[in-house]
Design a protein around this ligand. Structure first.
Ligand code: AOF
Ligand code: ZN
Length: 346
């Protein structure tokens, strides 16, 4: 039976529409094709909701239902084989009597991990794997790192001057990036499960860490360090968004703010990440300051870095930007006087 890449491209396009709403689940798209025509489409819209395959079968018009048993189903991730918030999709595919399934990549979740493909093959379905696999792995890179490395996907972000300074000396914050970049950063925030900063940054900048310039979810706010204490008048403690403060002294919870005590240790960052993995936090955008960013780099605990450089601003003195190690260059973009570079860890 024939199959075409173009339908998998469509699956990935559909999957991407769930960005910012599916974590800790992956983004998944599905397309049902009968004689070169799409008769059904669906994607996983939000965590806890129906999977892509369910939405795809439901979208088929009554007069097209008769063709399902002669169609090819394309899915950007292996259909699941477990009972989670929803019943197994592989069982649904079998029930619908689809003769051929084209899958971009396997599901890294240990509850599935090839189980869906096996279930369908055992039922006599022809399964083709690895179509646009690279693109599908890239789309769900947060999900795959989470399951394979047992920690959230980590994106480091900072804004620097043309002479590589991220702040002035002293306690006063400065604005480095422009308004357009600012809006884009809020879009970045909305795509991640959490935003993290150090407690020094909270005290100097008093940031909101919200996505107020972009529609979408507010991620969990995470503060690391001992300098933020309950009762301080700080935006991150305003209880408008869930906020976790990792520290060495205090364990308590009030409204949306949770202080989490972890032992003082050189492994502190690893302990924080282990806790976040246990709480199903799929990804973290680390926004500073310098010390926290550098500690992630030195521990080799990062996946992506997004560096914004104001090409017209020079400070001469100030806090030097973090220094990346073992990376390759990714995309770049220019927004007026800001140059944005994306790096990937090797
Ligand atoms: C699919 N299609 O669209 C998605 C899948 O708790 P549940 O029931 O929502 O299951 C979540 C797991 O199911 C998730 O970790 C991943 O392994 C798989 N996601 N599978 O067949 C989908 N989103
Ligand atoms: Zn499923």
């Amino acid at each position: 039976m024939e199959w075409k890449d173009i339908y998998m491209h469509r699956c990935l396009q559909l999957a991407n529409q769930g960005a910012g709403f599916t974590a800790p689940n992956p983004m998944v798209g599905a397309v049902l094709v009968y004689e070169n025509e799409i008769i059904g489409e669906g994607f996983h819209r939000a965590y806890g909701g129906p999977h892509a395959e369910v939405n795809c079968f439901e979208s088929v018009l009554p007069r097209h239902r008769q063709f399902i048993c002669k169609s090819t189903l394309y899915v950007s991730l292996e259909p699941c084989s477990h009972y989670g918030k929803t019943p197994p999709c592989a069982a649904l595919v079998i029930k619908q009597q689809v003769p051929q399934v084209v899958v971009a990549c396997r599901d890294a979740n240990s509850k599935v991990n090839g189980g869906g493909i096996k279930m369908m093959q055992d039922a006599g379905i022809l399964v083709r794997e690895g179509v646009l696999e690279k693109e599908a792995l890239e789309l769900n890179r947060r999900f795959f790192v989470f399951h394979q490395k047992k920690r959230p996907y980590i994106i480091l972000k900072w804004a620097e001057t043309a002479d590589h300074k991220i702040a002035k000396p002293g306690p006063l914050p400065i604005a480095i990036s422009n308004d357009l970049t600012h809006t884009w950063v809020h879009q970045w925030r909305a795509a991640e499960a959490a935003i993290m900063v150090g407690s020094n940054t909270v005290l100097t900048d008093d940031p909101y860490l919200t996505t107020r310039h972009w529609p979408g979810n507010n991620p969990l706010r995470i503060v690391v360090g001992n300098r933020v204490q309950p009762g301080k008048s700080l935006h991150v403690l305003d209880n408008t968004v869930s906020t976790w403060v990792f520290n060495n002294h205090l364990q308590c919870e009030h409204e949306k703010t949770r202080f989490i005590k972890l032992p003082e240790s050189p492994q502190f960052i690893r302990d924080v990440l282990q806790y976040l993995h246990g709480q199903q936090v799929l990804s973290v955008l680390v926004e500073g300051g310098q010390q926290l960013l550098q500690s992630f780099i030195d521990a080799g605990l990062w996946d992506e870095a997004r560096v914004i450089t104001n090409t017209e601003m020079f400070l001469n003195e100030g806090i030097q930007s973090p220094e990346l190690k073992y990376y390759k260059n990714g995309e770049t973009a220019d927004l007026k006087n800001d140059r944005i570079r994306i790096y990937r860890r090797l």
